[in-house]
Design a protein around this ligand. Structure first.
Ligand SMILES: *[C@@H]1O[C@H](CO)[C@@H](O)[C@H](O)[C@H]1NC(C)=O
Ligand SMILES: *[C@@H]1O[C@H](CO)[C@@H](O)[C@H](O)[C@H]1NC(C)=O
Ligand SMILES: *[C@@H]1O[C@H](CO)[C@@H](O)[C@H](O)[C@H]1NC(C)=O
Length: 299
């Protein structure tokens, strides 16, 4: 129906509505005289509409890559959920809590783990192509946050698929929490990647410590930073998962690698400039190079 603009006001409203919308009007007229007619329009406030709790895997991941990445994502959520639960059960009575987060409120750390588990993930993508050509050009990249190119997107490079371990090997194959790279497991690596995404970390979580020994030091001197430090959140999650779940009552904390101090240098390239100190910390390039440096805790 073509109606000149000026005449629109003269056309009965029902005629302008698509059939599906016009129908209730008719129905209401007919049922007006009927007794006990069901309400024709029930307005339901679906407060949770559109709540995406899982991390979306992009169509660039083929069937096999998707299977592997999805298991990694699931395990990362399992690990974050356990870290949250350990904090809820034990609070500051836990030696792990004191060790990684010092003496202060546990609520913030609980909140970051819970945001990983249940925050809305709409708009986030984990992708397997290489839109910024970092996988192709940067040796040792296991993946990277797309930064200013796409703040909600993370690229996972082929290297991750051939090197990251699943949690069923936790505490096996020589792994120790203190002595092995944080990106040994899909779960710990992906927790790191989650915490660079603004929809998860709300521009608050960042890097305050560099490596295992430094994390323990910051917990003693500046616990308010520990609860929003990516490495502290990763180490705590790995340590309590190992001790509570993988090897109950035993764990595999181990000891920090001696060369940690010397080798924990950045192997990453520049990313978008940041203004505030906090943003600088957060935006620190996190391209997750991995196997090149055995103790590359930043990666
Ligand atoms: C998916 O991509 C990987 C890496 O390119 C490739 O090795 C694998 O064969 C592909 N799988 C399918 C089902 O196409
Ligand atoms: C805990 O954090 C609060 C808020 O930053 C701070 O004022 C307080 O001194 C901290 N407590 C300890 C024991 O560090
Ligand atoms: C963003 O895209 C540009 C152009 O493709 C690329 O040079 C740059 O490395 C990308 N940034 C990141 C963080 O990958």
């Amino acid at each position: 129906m073509i109606v000149p603009r000026g005449l629109l006001a003269l056309v009965p409203a029902a005629l302008l509505l698509p059939a599906a919308q016009a129908t209730p009007l008719v129905y209401r007229e007919e049922s007006a005289t009927a007794t006990a007619a069901a309400p024709t329009t029930t307005v339901i406030h679906d407060w949770a509409a559109g709540w995406a709790t899982g991390f979306p895997v992009h169509s660039s991941c083929n069937a096999t890559l998707r299977t592997q990445l999805q298991q990694g994502l699931d395990e990362a959520i399992t690990m974050a959920a356990h870290a949250r639960d350990h904090l809820l059960r034990w609070g500051e009575d836990s030696p792990f809590v004191q060790k990684y987060f010092g003496k202060n409120s546990t609520a913030e750390a609980i909140g970051w783990y819970e945001r990983i588990v249940a925050a809305d993930k709409t708009g986030i993508w984990f992708r397997c192509d290489d839109p910024d050509q970092n996988c192709a050009t940067q040796a040792g990249y296991g993946g990277h946050w797309r930064g200013s190119n796409a703040t909600k997107e993370t690229v996972i490079c082929p290297l991750s698929f051939s090197t990251r371990r699943f949690l069923n090997s936790m505490c096996n194959l020589g792994y120790t929490v203190a002595g092995s790279p944080l990106n040994t497991f899909w779960a710990t690596d992906l927790i790191h990647r989650f915490l660079h995404l603004p929809p998860i970390a709300e521009d608050v979580v960042g890097h305050a410590a560099e490596g295992y020994n430094d994390v323990l030091e910051v917990a003693k001197t500046s616990p308010t930073e520990s609860v929003r430090d990516i490495h502290a959140l990763q180490y705590f999650a790995a340590d309590v998962y190992a001790y509570d779940i993988a090897a109950p009552g035993v764990g595999c904390t181990g000891e920090a690698a001696e060369e940690e101090e010397q080798t924990a240098t950045s192997t990453t390239t520049a990313t978008p400039s940041a203004t505030s100190a906090a943003a600088k910390v957060r935006r620190e390039p996190d391209t997750h190079s991995s196997s090149r440096n055995k103790y590359n805790v930043r990666s």
